[in-house]
Write a protein that binds this ligand. Structure first.
Ligand code: BG6
Length: 510
């Protein structure tokens, strides 16, 4: 068990999970809270209340959550004794989110807790619900007296945050009309990933990288977020989303901000968020007439993947058989500021691709070869820093080395830092980090309203163009491939190629 030696615990907290009986709570939220409990990050006084319309007794609800822990938690082998004491903090409140009178139950629970604990608790309302329910719930919550407590009452809103710029603006204006910005936690789980957080350490805790982290030395940047799964049972949601909305507008642009932002002067929430907003603001808006030049969409057809026959997207449950929804998106962005002038950022994401991998590549410019004999430079490669976010968690720096022998012959080698080889402690899941931050009132790794809106502005020309011009070639990639051919062309036109990790068997020593 990892001991909590240097971390403050939140003070007494009540967490309400709207959508308590849903998937997100069973797979992610309760397992995360349970791991925080095991690692001694939960306060002495805390309560977790699931709310929803399903009729659960406390006991049945706890059983449902335990099932989730057994199936989905990173720790499956914990002693029953830990669960026994954890579950006493969990209860269920049956309520109709659209009935204002049902919210009295919430007020009552908080009053009771306050009396029993003798202290005023933090209250976290976690909205793990369909986006259309958010406005009603937020409006009803606001009527509770406790929501006026700006310092201790917070609302966590899951993605998707809006469907486009207009709806995101409306949602922001509704939420900021009800709560202060510092009470609103817009979650993007990528920001809680250990390897994503490490980007700040890599860039700003080392003197090595920052001086060359700019357009003078960097040729281009790539971000790949590839998944092997298809849309699974989320066809209904995905039809309204597509890859660009589901992954690029949020996760990928947030990661891009971490790579491209200026050095912060502190880790204070608004300082970090200002620096990220600067990046988003500097991303060149793609002209609608040029979308084809900068963006590629794809949709998977049917085919064989790892020995299994996979359905085409259009055959998935909840999907229109003539759907134009993108299950793959690749975009070339430019950031118009001094640091990044002229450096393309290529990003791509998709379902049913060859490998599950999230990978960032910083490709440096080539060093001049003049001093070396021609044959020495046959395998000349530019330096490259590859940051694997998942499932591998490593950073590899590629540089040229001399092959042993009497001739000057070079070849590229990797210097590898791997989390697993360096640390024994297990990595916390993103939701553990983010829930703890939300309980502590630290919004650094959450998105501010303006960031979400600018991110929508960035993708808007692509979304609008795609919507107005239905694709003629869908489905255009096979499951198990790296997406449509046009995505290769997008980068090949610039004389570059997408980077993947070396084959698994060669990874350590490549
Ligand atoms: C979610 C998307 O936000 O992120 C999913 O809605 C996607 O479609 C998921 O599968 C990917 O998250 P991760 O952590 O598995 O990379």
């Amino acid at each position: 068990m990892a001991k909590n030696n240097n971390h403050k615990k939140p003070t007494a907290t009540v967490v309400f999970i709207f959508g308590g009986s849903g998937d997100l709570n069973q797979r992610k939220l309760t397992p995360a809270l349970y791991n925080l409990f095991i690692d001694e990050f939960m306060p002495d006084n805390f309560a977790i209340i699931g709310t929803g319309r399903t009729d659960y007794s406390d006991e049945k609800f706890r059983g449902h959550l335990l099932q989730g822990i057994k199936e989905f938690s990173r720790r499956k082998d914990d002693k029953n004794a830990t669960w026994e004491s954890f579950q006493q903090h969990i209860s269920y409140l049956r309520m109709d989110a659209d009935k204002p009178e049902d919210y009295n139950g919430i007020a009552k629970i908080i009053e009771d807790r306050e009396k029993a604990w003798g202290e005023h608790p933090n209250v976290l309302f976690y909205l793990a619900v369909a986006p259309q329910l958010v406005p009603d719930i937020a409006t009803n919550l606001k009527k509770l007296k406790l929501c006026k407590d700006k310092n201790n009452t917070r609302i966590v809103v899951e993605k998707p945050f809006g469907h486009d710029l207009q709806s995101a603006k409306e949602l922001n204006s509704l939420l900021t009309g009800l709560f202060e910005e510092n009470q609103i936690y817009r979650i993007d789980h990528y920001l809680g990933k250990e390897t994503v957080q490490n980007i700040l350490a890599l860039r700003f805790a080392n003197a090595l990288f920052e001086p060359i982290w700019n357009c003078n030395y960097i040729d281009h940047v790539q971000i790949t977020a590839a998944e092997t799964v298809g849309v699974e049972d989320r066809g209904g949601y995905y039809e309204q989303a597509g890859a660009l909305r589901d992954m690029v507008q949020n996760h990928i642009l947030q990661v891009l901000c971490m790579i491209a932002m200026e050095a912060p002067v502190s880790f204070e929430a608004n300082e970090i968020r200002n620096k990220k907003s600067d990046v988003l603001n500097a991303i060149r808006k793609i002209n609608k007439h040029e979308v084809q030049k900068y963006a590629v969409r794809g949709q998977y057809g049917s085919g064989w993947m790892q020995g299994k026959k996979e359905k085409a997207y259009r055959e998935e449950k909840g999907v229109n058989p003539e759907s134009s929804t993108d299950t793959f998106a690749a975009v070339k962005f430019y950031i118009d500021n001094w640091r990044w002038q002229g450096v393309p950022f290529y990003v791509r994401t998709g379902k049913h691709l060859m490998e599950k991998t999230t990978l960032i590549t910083i490709q440096f410019k080539e060093a001049p070869k003049y001093a070396f004999p021609t044959e020495a430079s046959e395998t000349w490669r530019a330096n490259r820093l590859t940051i694997s976010i998942q499932p591998e968690m490593d950073i590899r720096l590629r540089f040229q080395a001399k092959r042993p022998g009497q001739t000057m012959s070079l070849n590229p080698v990797d210097m590898v830092f791997s989390y697993n080889d360096n640390y024994d402690e297990p990595q916390p899941e993103a939701y553990e980090t983010l829930l703890l931050d939300a309980m502590m009132g630290n919004a650094t790794q959450f998105m501010r309203g303006d960031q979400v809106e600018i991110a929508w502005e960035v993708v808007a020309p692509i979304l609008e163009t795609w919507e107005s011009r239905p694709p003629v070639d869908f489905p255009n990639y096979a499951p198990g491939s790296w997406g449509p051919e046009d995505a290769e062309a997008l980068i090949a036109r610039d004389g570059r190629t997408w980077v993947t990790l070396p084959p698994k068997k060669d990874r350590k020593e490549s």
